[in-house]
Each structure stands twice: as C-alpha cells, then as structure tokens.
Design a protein around this ligand. Structure first.
Ligand SMILES: Cc1cc2nc3c(=O)[nH]c(=O)nc-3n(C[C@H](O)[C@H](O)[C@H](O)COP(=O)(O)OP(=O)(O)OC[C@H]3O[C@@H](n4cnc5c(N)ncnc54)[C@H](O)[C@@H]3O)c2cc1C
Length: 486
C-alpha cells in the first residue's frame, strides 16, 4: 500500500506539472500576493449563542477559488513540512484553483483519513499555515484549513479501494480519530476489522468532546458511514479490559490489536472544595451535553445550568466548555487561566470566537479553593493573582503567585479543564504490557508495544495531543502491523 501511495503521488505530480505551470503563468506572483485572504463566513455571535449551529459556515465556491489562487506553488513548500502527516498541500490547493474539487479530495485522502474533520479542528495557524511563504512577506497565509474543509465537504463520495479479503481478524479498541484511521487503513488492505467502543456512540472525542457548533455530528457520521460501507464492524457499549478481556480477543482469533483508547481521564487540582456540588470536569460536562442530550427536550440526563460559570484552563477543551455553558444559558461565563491570553494553548480561532460571544477572561488568576453553602453547593472561588516569571520547560513564561493577592468571585458552577491523563482501563488490564509512569502505553517507532501483536497510537501513547497526530498514528500503525502480519 505504501508503494501504491508513492505511485499515486508521483503520477499525480507528473500529470499535474503541466496544468500547474499553466495556472502559474495565468497570473503572475505579484498579482497573486496582492489578493486579500478570504474571510470565513460565520454566524452572528448574538444568534449563535442561542443554538448549537456550526459557527464557521465554510467558504463559497468563488471564495475557495480565489483563496486557492493566492497559493504561490513554492518550489519547496513550507506548508507541507508544517503538516504533521505531510499532506501534499500545493497539489490539493491547485486542484481547487482549477475547479477539480474531486481531485483535491483525492490528494487529501492519500494522507488524511478525515479531511472534513481536520479542516475544521486542526490548529493550522501553528502547523501548515505558520510555514506558508506569505508569513515572510508579512501577509496573511493561504487559508489551507478552510480549503481542506471546502474540498472535503464538496467532493463526491469516494469509493474506497479494497484488497481482497485475507481472512485475518483485527481488533481496534476505541473509535476516536486514531482508531478510525487505523480501521480504514486495515480494511483497505483486506483485513476483517472490528472496532470496539466503550460508549454508545462512535467517534471518541470528535463526538463526546468537541461540540457541534465547531464540528457537526453529521460530518463525523459521514466518515463513519464510509468505513461501515467498506466493511468495518463497529461494536458499541463494550469496554475492553472489563466487558471483554484482551486474552478473550486473542482466543477469539484476533491476530492483531490496535489500542486507541485515548486520554479520557480528567485531572483535578486537588484543592479545597473540589468535591462541592457544581464543580465538575469538562469531560463530564461536555459528555453530558454532547453525547447524552442534557438540556435538549426529550432527554432525561441532567446537567447543572449555572448562571455564573467559571471554566478553569486555557486549552481547546476549556474554550469548548465555556462556549457550551453560554449556550446552556449562563449569564456570565468566565475563563480562569493562570497565564496570559498569549500563552493559552487553545486555537486562536476558538479564543477569538469565545471573545466575540462575550466570554470573560480572568487571565493571570489561579483557583486556590472553592467555597460552598449549607447544601454543599459551590458559591464562590478564591483566586490567587499571578504574574509571569521566566520561561519554564514548555517555553512559556511560568506563572508565579503575587504574595497576598487573593480575590473571591461568586460562582454557581465550576468546570475544571486543566488537562487529561491516559485512560487506565486497557493498560491496567493486560499483563506484559509496558506502561510509562504517565500511564501511556510504551511503543517503538512502529507503534508496536511490548506485546508483539498489540500496537497503540493516539492519546493513549501521546497523553493528550491532536486529531491529526492521532490519525497519523492510526495510518502508521496499520502500515507497520500489515508489514509484520504479511
Ligand atoms: C473538548 C476537546 C476539544 C478538543 N479540540 C481539539 C481541536 O480543536 N483540535 C485538535 O486537533 N484536537 C483537539 N482535541 C484533542 C483531540 O480530540 C484528541 O487528541 C484526539 O481525539 C485523540 O484521539 P484518540 O483516537 O487517540 O482518542 P479519543 O478521541 O479520546 O478516542 C478514544 C476512544 O476510546 C474509547 N475507549 C476508551 N477506553 C476503552 C475501552 N477500554 N474499551 C473500548 N473503548 C474504549 C473512548 O470511549 C473513546 O471513544 C480536543 C480534545 C477535547 C477533549
């Protein structure tokens, strides 16, 4: 398959050379660089906080063609080096420029299993777009993520090419981006693939974590349907390590297992009052709302609807939680973060959207305790004021407490979003599996664990990363397992 992929790319490249030259000659670089970057069409902030509709509405065809025309087709494209899975970005962009949306989608799918998802949630501003030549000219980079989304949304359905069945059974644990990408790669190679998922819906964080206003469920479902049509079997409500053991999988004839069980274990700060009613993890809050219909008519799952909601943290999960709290009726939704806005790990677009929607930012503040009433419900938080010191191991300036500077802020709901740890059930249930101190599964460069037929990838190995890295692991592990089993 790897050879096929290389052949596909070189065929595309030689075939594309002529029309790419024609496109280049049709408009000189000076004219291209003068074109302004497209503006994403977005729902009005006042309207969108009243519903769950997708905020970014995508580009029109005219905008996509214009944006693609801005690409200078650099001889050494920096964007490709900025993409963690090395998508042939100039090729898919140039296909859009000449109006071949199916061609663009085909190039994307050579490397990415979920382009419609990645086009929406990848941190492009830190990856491909940060390496675009336009940055050196102090101009806005080509909107690569928006174009990826355009191509994935508007291309016709791709027929998945499949090798004849080889009769070998493969099990996948977890149906997030790592598991889905692995399953797609293995089914194409002729294996019988079964994905076991603990929850009642397939998709992992794409379903239970990222809200629909950022990633609609039907986008994820379309990808899952394609996998089902190509022959992948999905089994829901099965916890590997509890409902079925790893040994049972082996006894049932699975010759290879890929563990992609993610990092779904929430972290807490261990401070006074964290057990009060109304203090919860973002995992719990988002899962109740996104996966269990809390707040929607006809669903019985409850979730607290705070009037003043504080979300502790500055990552994507914190932004998703605070914006969800607004949509659940919060009158004040506050981000509490111990560093400054510039140091926040969340995507720039998420911070921008949260600001537009009226989220308050209490940066340089860190909770030290929560206070409650006689019914055990949270009523306020005590925040330590911080200042920034020298850079720490992460390269960001480290937050230091300002002595004696503590403020009390009334709240009736707190959502803790300070990071996650690997899901411990699978690692703890398999004897002979090497697990790191952080609880991640240890693997070699082929993503093979200490058990020769067990591979692992995504957050269970990386301990909390990104969709594209998880997806890249899935492909990489499939290539390696296929080599080993052939
Ligand atoms: C709220 C939120 C927002 C995010 N936003 C972004 C973003 O904008 N951009 C980005 O790139 N990344 C984002 N991330 C991170 C990204 O989603 C993850 O890095 C990615 O989903 C990891 O993929 P995965 O397949 O390894 O695991 P997951 O997506 O976590 O999937 C793991 C699956 O395994 C299942 N499972 C666990 N244990 C078992 C078991 N024992 N048996 C069976 N099934 C099991 C789980 O139920 C889950 O469905 C976000 C994360 C969160 C939580």
């Amino acid at each position: 398959m790897e050879l096929d992929k290389k052949r596909d790319i070189s065929e595309l490249t030689s075939r594309d050379a002529t029309w790419r030259r024609e496109l280049r000659d049709a408009m000189p670089a000076a004219q291209r660089t003068a074109l302004p970057r497209a503006t994403m069409n977005e729902l009005d902030p006042a309207y969108r906080v009243t519903c769950n509709e997708e905020v970014a509405q995508g580009l029109t065809l005219e905008q996509a063609l214009g944006e693609a025309t801005r690409c200078l087709d650099c001889p050494n494209p920096g964007c490709v080096t900025g993409c963690p899975v090395g998508i042939d970005i100039p090729s898919f962009v140039k296909n859009i420029q000449r109006g071949d949306i199916n061609g663009a989608s085909r190039v994307l799918r050579l490397t990415s299993a979920l382009p419609a998802v990645c086009g929406r949630v990848c941190p492009q501003e830190r990856q491909c777009e940060s390496k675009c030549i336009y940055n050196k000219m102090h101009r806005a980079p080509v909107g690569i993520g928006w174009l990826e989304r355009y191509a994935a949304d508007h291309a016709s359905k791709v027929e998945v090419e499949k090798a004849p069945s080889n009769g070998k059974k493969i099990a996948v644990v977890g149906s997030g981006p790592a598991g889905l990408s692995f399953a797609g790669s293995m089914i194409a190679r002729g294996y019988q693939v079964t994905v076991f998922e603990a929850l009642h819906q397939i998709g992992g964080v794409l379903k239970y974590g990222i809200p629909e206003f950022r990633l609609p469920n039907d986008i994820v479902d379309r990808e899952i349907e394609m996998l089902e049509e190509s022959g992948v079997t999905f089994v829901k409500d099965v916890v590997i390590g509890k409902t079925i053991s790893y040994d049972q999988l082996v006894e049932d004839g699975y010759v290879g297992v890929f563990v992609a069980s993610g990092a779904g274990l929430p972290r807490f700060m261990g401070i006074e009052g964290e057990n009060l009613i109304g203090v919860m993890s973002s995992n719990e809050f988002l899962t109740r709302v996104n996966l269990m219909g809390a707040g929607r008519p006809g669903y019985a799952t409850p979730v607290r609807r705070g009037k003043v909601v504080a979300v502790i943290g500055g990552g994507n999960t914190a932004m998703d939680s605070v914006r969800t709290a607004l949509r659940m009726g919060a009158e004040r939704a506050i981000i509490v973060y111990r560093r400054g806005k510039e140091e926040m790990p969340a995507r720039a677009e998420e911070i921008h959207h949260a600001t537009q929607e009226g989220v308050e930012f209490m940066t340089l503040h860190n909770p030290v305790a929560y206070r409650g009433n006689e019914r055990g419900e949270v009523t306020s938080m005590l925040l330590q004021k911080m200042e920034l010191g020298e850079p720490d191991a992460s390269g960001r300036r480290s937050p230091q407490p300002v002595p004696g500077a503590i403020v009390e802020v009334p709240v009736d709901e707190v959502i803790v979003s300070i990071g996650v740890s690997p899901n411990p059930i699978v690692p703890n249930s398999i004897s002979g599996l090497n697990v790191s101190k952080r609880g991640t599964i240890e693997v070699n460069d082929d993503l093979q664990s200490s058990i020769a037929t067990l591979y692992a990838g995504g957050d269970i190995v990386r301990g909390g990363a990104t969709v594209i890295l998880a997806m890249g692991d899935g492909r990489h592990a499939a290539e390696a397992m296929h080599r080993a089993l052939s």
